[in-house]
Design a protein around this ligand. Sequence first.
Ligand code: XMP
Length: 525
Amino acid sequence: MSDSLQTHPVLVVDYGAQYAQLIARRVREAKVYSEVVPHTMSVAEMLAKEPAAVILSGGPSSVYADDAPGLDGALLEAGVPVFGMCYGFQAMAQALGGEVSRTGLREYGATPATVTDRTSTLFNGQPTEQSVWMSHGDSVTVAPDGMTVTATTAGAPVAAIEDDSRRLYGVQWHPEVMHSTFGQQVLENFLHRGAGIPADWTPGNVIEDQVNAIREQIGDAAVICGLSGGVDSSVAAALVQRAVGDQLTCVFVDHGLLREGEAEQVEMDFVAATGVRLVTVDARETFLGALAGVSDPEEKRKIIGREFIRTFEQAARDIVGHGAQDGHPVEFLVQGTLYPDVVESGGGAGTANIKSHHNVGGLPDDLQFKLVEPLRALFKDEVRAIGRELGVPEEIVARQPFPGPGLGIRIIGEVTEDRLATLRRADAIAREELTKAGLDNEIWQCPVVLLADVRSVGVQGDGRTYGHPIVLRPVSSEDAMTADWTRVPYDVLAQISTRITNEVDEVNRVVLDVTSKPPGTIEWE
Ligand code: XMP
């Protein structure tokens, strides 16, 4: 990938305040490729990545704290444009010889700021008065030599500093959060005007880049992709198909833990739109047999993961056996690993670090395939944009995330065929009503959970019932790392509840989960 768009990333140095991923997303919204790196990475390692610019994120610490993460001044002398935000701004000011003091003037939340130079690189084209999101105790009281102060607030006399000759910039606030009214413009001014980076990281260009990289990696070998019907595997498959066409065979394992209509969606919609070669394996009996008597969530995940790989490897052998690949052995396996999984598992771009949780139970050590992971630099919304550009049907691209172990981890208790049928029906009703109410964009995903080991008393018609509760877990989120419960209108909830209790035998109660993440996870298991 010598001339790839990813060759000169904007590095976002993570000082540990959970803002780094958000900054990386904002940079990409400016059509510039970015990567998050830990603050423990040495300057030499950073420079080895030949970054187009470096952004220093905010952090929880005071620069005076004993364990305050450091900033090696060498980074500021390397000729690379640098933008410090919040903690990163203070660390930068200090490293350049400015003064950071405990003024006692803390600022937290939306704060009015005054721009003192509207023609500056950062503030060009913006109003003098802005609202900025602050979160600081210490303040920069004296700007470093050679740096111009271009904004102030009541509690921060030096709220923004700029030096075009060294291409060093900083703001005391968080431009990446929505509450900073011109935050995105400040960031884009840094990227495009300050650092001179073009806005060319677009879905079309990313596809072209990846297609070239995939061709180079795969050559004329055969490749298989496990399709789940979800966004990630579908878009990954479409991308690989664009790159190597017929060398790709997709395998869809029906493990019996799918939702209503899922198998059909893969078989009809995806194949119709892409013309991809698809092999469907009916492994329902095997999976249910292996899950019999198991209630522990991690045990379930392990079993499902193991059976999945077994089924998959057998399917791969069958494909070759039937000569579908013109005698070429299947060397590669496509995985829809996304960037947050890579960051969360501590890997950077280029490492083969996979968080088992986000794949179907993880991959075995003796995996006989080499991995192709065309989405490992992307966030979910970026994957969707690329899917649309590739012509993947909207029904698939817009789908909410669904975990690999499927309904298996949404039945609290043992997984049986009857329980699956109950949950499948309730889930289909909830999905139908939420879609009808136009809530699909507001809701990140809505697990529907069957409390199979719980019964409660109810009354239906003239009779007493002793049925199971169904839990609705609608959440709003940007990336599933944190989430809040979605305030679904009462009448929509009422409609879902009425229909489920009327139409699904065995269920006599519908309850709503009103827990954010943290402390609750999105799934119940
Ligand atoms: P949690 O429950 O950890 O979920 O808040 C975060 C996101 O990950 C999905 N999830 C999984 N995906 N295999 C998957 O492929 C799994 O075992 C798994 N567990 C949770 C979950 O649906 C949510 O989107």
